[in-house]
Design a protein. Structure first.
Length: 203
């Protein structure tokens, strides 16, 4: 099942959108070919009061896209090296967004944008097929116990309160290692038992 996430998914509170993007797929069309990667890590930025949010200094030419209605991309250049991909959330006039920090096989927002050829040309564009970059629900179910919440990365400048908010969400596998080993062990035991019974029948 593949379902493109509609704009209504993003017009909700950022605190709902950020964790619910885990397990969804970021889909990119490049030269007519589509590639998709499961989202494994996000961060939320919530309004002018959030001192880690770019909008904490108000509306500027850089941040004006954050004040748009949810469902458009906010892409900016940082450290003179990387583009960072965010999707705006909430109602028009309220600046909030989700940073896509990690996808399956690619950790780090700068690596994602470089790999998927994402740049400033997508800033302000809709998260929809027509833009060549969008999100899909492919039926992956994520339970709360598999979501790890931590402080956001690289926001110490926001001070002791805002830098400590548990607004980074990461998808983790909490399956114990021994559980992962039990299935092959049982399979080997069954195989050995069948082989032993076969040898007995042939004697």
């Amino acid at each position: 099942m593949k379902k493109v996430l509609p704009q209504s998914f993003f017009t909700r509170l950022v605190a709902k959108v950020a964790p619910e993007l885990l397990g969804k797929y970021l889909v990119r069309r490049i030269e007519g070919k589509e590639v998709a990667y499961k989202i494994t890590e996000t961060e939320m930025y919530d309004g002018e009061g959030d001192l880690a949010c770019h909008a904490s200094r108000g509306k500027t030419s850089r941040t004006e896209v954050m004040y748009e209605k949810g469902g458009v991309f906010y892409v900016y250049f940082t450290y003179g090296m990387h583009y960072m991909l965010n999707v705006v959330t909430g109602d028009k006039g309220y600046p909030s967004a989700v940073l896509i920090r990690g996808v399956e096989g690619k950790n780090g927002p700068g690596r994602i944008t470089k790999f998927l050829q994402i740049d400033k040309s997508l800033n302000g564009k809709s998260a929809a097929r027509k833009s060549g970059l969008w999100f899909e629900d492919r039926g992956v179910k994520v339970v709360k116990k598999n979501i790890k919440k931590t402080p956001r990365i690289g926001v110490d400048y926001a001070g002791p309160v805002w830098s400590k908010k548990l607004w980074r969400f990461a998808l983790v596998d909490r399956t114990p290692l021994d559980m992962g080993r039990k299935k092959p062990e049982r399979a080997r035991a069954r195989s050995e038992l069948r082989r032993e019974l076969s040898l007995r029948q042939n004697h």
